[in-house]
Ligand binder design. Structure first.
Ligand code: PEP
Ligand code: MG
Length: 772
């Protein structure tokens, strides 16, 4: 403000304003130019009027220090917790009645509700005050059940804001107490409840075996920022804003993905992350550092994150203390963006049990079975690709353990039983001894199994079943052969495309396929063409955002639209179909996600074109290479008779076939009981497929996870499946089961199982056969 002219002082000017504006205009003693600049910058961040005033006022500091005078502090609290009491503010008092008080989720709901209004709102507990729109300030007030709080609001919609808070309080801040009790004390999966005395948490068994060892938390630590004096605070501020925006988008994507996997309620933790990252008090505090001390964005951000994390850690309530990790998680995400860093790799100093929120297929593919003793994840389902890969690598794994896994500390000894889905976070000596015995037995059985796996799989009455392995890279083949694989029934080529900046060239792919044929030395190799999309995204392929990726542009649909990706792969496969001395190498090609006859025809046309191209440059290939399709989309089963006339073989992909038949996402632990390939509906589709194949004179195999479930082996043989491809460690058991069967017996079992009305009945029936 200027002091005013002879005619009109600033104060007098205020009096001329209509009352609705009057309350919103403040006078500031700040220097006109610097003060206005500082206020404008602060206001552009969406800050409260108190903060804008404080910022303008702080522009006086330089003058004051130059003149050696003191100026009075403006009344705005540090970190934007407005402490000035506005006499016109409205206020309400509330007693917090929900059992856990204003802990993370109720605090998030409180702040989200407050954030919907323009009013400036302050919440008081005793002498402490917090900005009602700051998740961190509200949460760290430490409001517990029975505490009285006062909420004051000023601004045009103050009354509505307070009414909304009152309603929220009447609804216990959205808390269903039972639900929260479960969240804090019990695991996410309700189907099996770990006994209290065992001290174990319970998840979805994903890969059998027992592991004991130190926990390695894959929760990438906060990257290190270094301090330096920044040239231009405005540049630092905009870098920070950009990083925050990018990180916030990631959090929203994570929230969506986890809502699908574990349900909205459990995914709400990311809502808290979204509020933390957008917390006005946090960004105000960082901004002060940038503007006043010329700190660089990374340093200022890291400092404020650690102040905040310490504030949570100092709280009495252990649940709130644990929220410090959420703050650090958010802090790390933003810092990585600022520093342009990628999340760190998964290399461990000593063999450990990996504890992670979730693992994408490329994370799991990088794992070294020598160093990763076991895997525990917060999210995920049993047929998610991470689970499949863990099985293929022979690493005991439990998925869908819920947020409870974050009570595990780095290096803490834990134990995992991938068979029962139990994870002991604090095993006592007795439990450790017992688990150690189980672990030794498991390892001895595996050794034994490898030996038993070496023979052929021929039924008692002489029918030969081909038992092959599913692999993700040629490097998996040696291990598969050790377990007794008679070939590769599914080479998931998408793994060659992961963890890279661009698609592998034809030459690189040829090398990989050729390496595979060399290792297999004439044993069959079924190469599945690229199956991206669904839960296998590839950033550089620009698949775009899809509302339903599993129903979207994936597998063959994508490849047919992108010949520049598909053709080099087909040429590489064709080139690998002959050995170095020109003999057929027993390679077969298989197209994924086929749903129509037209798709097969289009894919075959491309294959013909690829052959033409190779002929033109004189490169040899196997002219008689077999061409097959995966039967994993229900529409393919419906027209299996027509499809069978177009191809040389079928391979049933029960993972997708089940998810599409049951309309249940294979990665969502909430619907895990539906994603069961032993559902009678799925069994009927298997039967229909095998029958169509037999009528047309082609063979039907299976490469979905059901193929490796020895419980189902009699049933599958009886249904007419003649090739089974699976994770290598399952091979010995499946072979053993085949050897103990006769074909009429298998057919009788299939017939009876097909009469069952529920998956549970089928399982009980098959288990009954095993035990007796
Ligand atoms: C399947 O869907 O059963 C299958 C084997 O393919 P993937 O698991 O790679 O989708
Ligand atoms: Mg599939």
């Amino acid at each position: 403000m200027d002091l005013g002219s002879a005619l009109l002082s600033a104060e007098m000017a205020l009096e001329f304003l209509p009352p609705e504006l009057d309350g919103q205009v403040f006078l500031s003693a700040a220097p006109l130019v610097e003060g206005a600049m500082a206020a404008a910058v602060q206001a552009s961040t969406g800050a409260t009027p108190e903060l804008v005033l404080a910022e303008a006022q702080s522009a006086l500091n330089a003058k004051a220090s130059q003149l050696g005078i003191e100026i009075p502090e403006f009344q705005a609290g540090a970190n934007g917790a407005a402490t000035a009491s506005d006499p016109t503010a409205m206020q309400i008092s509330l007693v917090v009645t929900n059992r856990l008080g204003l802990h993370a989720r109720p605090a998030a709901r409180f702040v989200t509700t407050a954030g919907k209004f323009d009013a400036d709102m302050i919440v008081h507990k005793g002498q402490q005050a917090a900005n009602a729109k700051s998740i961190n300030q509200v949460a760290t007030l430490g409001v517990r059940q029975g505490d009285e709080i006062t909420v004051s609001a000023s601004g045009p919609d103050a009354a509505a804001a307070l009414a909304a808070i009152q309603t929220l309080a009447a609804e216990n801040f959205g808390d269903v107490d039972d639900e929260d009790a479960v969240e804090n004390k019990a695991p996410v999966i309700e189907q099996k409840v770990a006994s209290e005395s065992s001290g174990a948490i319970n998840g979805i068994p994903a890969s059998p075996g027992v592991a004991i060892g130190p926990a390695a938390l894959y929760r990438p630590s906060v990257p290190e920022a270094t301090a330096y004096e920044a040239d231009d605070p405005a540049v630092e501020w905009s870098r920070l804003q950009e990083a925050i925006n990018e990180a916030a988008q990631e959090i929203v994507a994570l929230q969506k993905a986890s809502a699908k996997q574990v349900g909205q309620a459990k995914a709400d933790i990311f809502e808290a992350h979204a509020l933390i990252i957008r917390d006005p008090a946090l960004s105000d505090a960082v901004r002060q550092r940038l503007m006043n001390s010329h700190e660089n964005a990374e340093w200022a951000w890291q400092q404020e994150i650690s102040v905040l994390a310490s504030a949570y850690r100092e709280m009495d309530d252990p649940y709130m203390q644990a929220r410090a990790t959420d703050v650090e998680d958010v802090g790390r995400r933003v810092l990585q963006k600022l520093l342009g860093e990628q999340p760190p790799s998964m290399e461990f100093a000593e063999p450990s049990i990996l504890v992670a929120a979730d693992l994408n297929p490329s994370d799991t593919a990088q794992l070294d079975p020598e160093r990763v003793l076991g895997i525990c994840t917060e999210f995920g389902g049993a047929t998610a690709h991470s689970a499949i890969l863990a099985r293929a690598l022979g690493i005991p794994a439990i998925v869908g353990l819920g947020h409870a896994i974050w009570t595990i500390a780095e290096g803490q000894t834990i134990a995992v039983d991938g068979e029962s889905g139990l994870c002991w976070t604090h095993p006592d000596n007795g439990q450790l001894a017992e688990l150690e015995t189980q672990r030794e037995k498991w390892q001895a059985d595996r050794q034994q199994a490898k030996i038993a796996g070496q023979g052929t799989a021929v039924t008692w009455d002489g029918y030969s079943i081909e038992v092959a392995a599913n692999v993700g890279s040629p490097n998996d083949i040696t291990r598969a052969l050790e377990f007794g694989a008679e070939g590769v029934g599914l080479f998931r080529t998408e793994f060659l495309f992961m963890d890279r900046e661009e698609a592998p060239s034809e030459e690189e792919q040829y090398e990989a396929y050729h390496q595979a044929t060399s290792e297999l030395n004439g044993a069959p190799l079924i190469i599945r063409t690229l199956d991206v999309g669904g839960d296998k995204p590839l950033p550089y392929l620009d698949l775009g955002e899809e509302a339903n990726p599993f129903l979207g542009w994936r597998g063959i649909r994508f490849c047919l639209d992108r010949p520049q990706i598909f053709k080099p792969q087909l040429r590489a496969i064709l080139r690998a179909s002959v050995t170095d001395d020109g003999r057929p190498a027993n390679v077969k090609v298989m197209f994924p996600m086929i749903g129509t006859v037209s798709e097969v025809r289009a894919a075959r046309r491309m294959l013909l074109e690829a052959q033409e191209e190779l002929r033109a440059i004189g490169l040899p290939f196997d002219e008689r290479m077999e061409v097959g399709i995966m039967v994993e989309v229900p529409s393919a089963v419906a027209v299996a008779d027509q499809l069978a006339r177009e191809v040389d073989f079928f391979s049933i992909g029960t993972n997708d076939l089940t998810q599409y038949t049951m309309a249940a996402d294979r990665g969502n632990s909430k619907v895990a009981s539906l994603v069961n390939a032993l559902q009678p509906s799925v069994l009927r589709l298997i039967k229909q497929t095998a029958e169509a194949g037999r009528t047309a004179g082609i063979w039907t195999g299976m490469c979905g996870e059901l193929a490796g479930n020895s419980l189902a082996t009699p049933l599958l043989l009886g249904l007419g499946v003649t090739e089974l491809s699976m994770s290598a460690p399952s091979i010995p058991q499946v072979k053993e089961t085949v050897r103990n069967l006769t074909m009429p017996e298998a057919q009788r079992i299939a017939h009876e199982a097909l009469e069952m009305a529920t998956a549970d009945d089928v399982v009980a029936y098959l288990q009954g056969l095993q035990t007796g």
